[in-house]
Design a protein around this ligand. Structure first.
Ligand SMILES: Cc1cc2nc3c(=O)[nH]c(=O)nc-3n(C[C@H](O)[C@H](O)[C@H](O)COP(=O)(O)OP(=O)(O)OC[C@H]3O[C@@H](n4cnc5c(N)ncnc54)[C@H](O)[C@@H]3O)c2cc1C
Length: 386
């Protein structure tokens, strides 16, 4: 039986052989379009070597790896500078949802495509009038023979422009008299490449377009591609959001450490370290990251408890925003100057600064996360959301 050290060597060797210079550091949040086809190819090789589904149970085609091994994998992945994966929505969101709440047929149909990154997914929840207040979605789906027919609009749909499938929260029945708005919603699996679906990119602060508007105008999906019972989709949608990033959070924090190390190096080169305020902020960033990592490891190895994933999200999102702000201070005018495009290092920090503004919004804004803690952990009175 292989021990953890051998396992670490195995993944390290695999990454050393497969992470070529043109892939190192490419992609990730804020740079999702960078080297996309090369990263897709890399993700497929990762999958073929059995690494992508390390955390999936064996009965669903994964390796059923222990938490310890998942942590090792993500640490080594980040240390090697391996590129941002393109399959994360499938692997961490819809895959586990189908394992827990899908039918056998849905699992047989979709899990292999997710596991091999031959089918990419996007998440169709938010709408112009429904973000934090997700139960307000107005996209409708109606049965027409053996198909659901969808009409409506989604927004901020990350990676919809490259996705083959979308999991969509849609209203399939009116709200029953006296019931909550959560009733009558369904969780549908919808093919993206069909005439009734239009994807329109949204240009974001970085100048890139990683998310989109998605319009459904008579888009169709098969009748049995509803996960859970029709009308019971709220429960399924919440289950998807509940699959914690788990061990991947550790890898993300290894990446944060590299960002911090690089920023310290930049501050030395520019002489910004002469400024006591910069020294103070860099040191604080190091302390906060050390505490965040220790807390994450402690939480991961303890039995699940209410609010822990929420606390980690609140801490890391604010940490990264702070790092972006500090990078702008260190860069000075170079951080904001209009540039010719060949200022690689400044571009990296500018993107981090600009994209990190979104870290406290997506996946549930920080205000909403604090609201959850207030109600579920502190037991404060619930907000009225009917
Ligand atoms: C980079 C990025 C990627 C995204 N990707 C996806 C995706 O792939 N799929 C998808 O479906 N969505 C996606 N989203 C959308 C994201 O989930 C929403 O932006 C988020 O849920 C907030 O909704 P909203 O933008 O409608 O803001 P609103 O809900 O209108 O909120 C506006 C402000 O009011 C505050 N607020 C709202 N309600 C309350 C309350 N009850 N108490 C206290 N404060 C409150 C919020 O915190 C926020 O500051 C993405 C967003 C971003 C930024």
């Amino acid at each position: 039986m292989q021990d953890d050290q051998e396992f670490r060597r195995e993944i390290r060797d695999w990454l050393a052989a497969n992470v070529t210079d043109d892939l190192r550091g490419a992609g990730g949040a804020g740079r999702e379009n960078e080297a996309f086809s090369r990263r897709l190819d890399f993700t497929r090789r990762l999958a073929a070597a059995g690494w992508s589904t390390l955390a999936w149970p064996v009965e669903h085609g994964g390796r059923g790896a222990s938490l310890q091994r998942q942590v090792i994998f993500h640490e080594e992945y980040a240390k090697a500078g391996a590129p941002g994966r393109v399959d994360h929505i499938g692997i961490t969101m819809v895959g586990p949802t189908l394992m827990q709440l899908g039918t056998d047929r849905q699992r047989e149909r979709f899990l292999p495509g997710i596991a091999t990154a031959t089918e990419l997914w996007c998440q169709g929840y938010s709408e112009p009038g429904a973000g934090s207040d997700l139960a307000a979605v107005t996209t409708r789906a109606e049965l027409d023979g053996d198909h659901w027919v969808l009409t409506g609009q989604k927004v901020w749909t990350s990676l919809a422009h490259v996705a083959d499938w979308c999991f969509v929260l849609a209203r399939t029945a009116p709200i029953p008299e006296g019931a909550s708005r959560h009733a009558g919603l369904s969780y549908l699996l919808v093919p993206m490449r069909q005439p009734g679906v239009t994807v329109r990119p949204i240009r974001q602060l970085t100048g890139d377009s990683e998310f989109n508007e998605v319009f459904f105008d008579g888009a169709r999906t098969e009748r049995d591609l509803v996960v859970g019972e029709p009308g019971q989709g709220w429960r399924v949608a919440m289950a998807t959001l509940g699959f914690e990033r788990g061990a991947a959070t550790v890898g993300q924090q290894v990446g944060f450490q590299r960002d911090l190390d690089d920023l310290v190096a930049l501050a030395r080169r520019t002489g910004a370290t002469d400024d006591p305020a910069v020294r103070e902020r860099l040191t604080r960033a190091w302390i906060d990251l050390t505490v965040l990592r220790a807390h994450t490891l402690r939480v991961l190895s303890a039995p699940p408890s209410a609010g822990t994933a929420t606390v980690i999200k609140l801490l890391w999102s604010r940490w990264r925003q702070g790092l972006g702000e500090l990078a702008m201070t260190i860069l000075g005018p170079a951080g904001v100057a209009s540039v010719t495009g060949d200022d690689g290092e400044a571009d990296r920090w500018r993107r981090l600064f600009l994209f990190s503004r979104a870290d406290t919004i997506y996946g549930g804004s920080n205000e909403i996360q604090r609201g959850i803690l207030a109600e579920r952990v502190l037991g404060l009175p619930r907000q009225d959301r009917r």
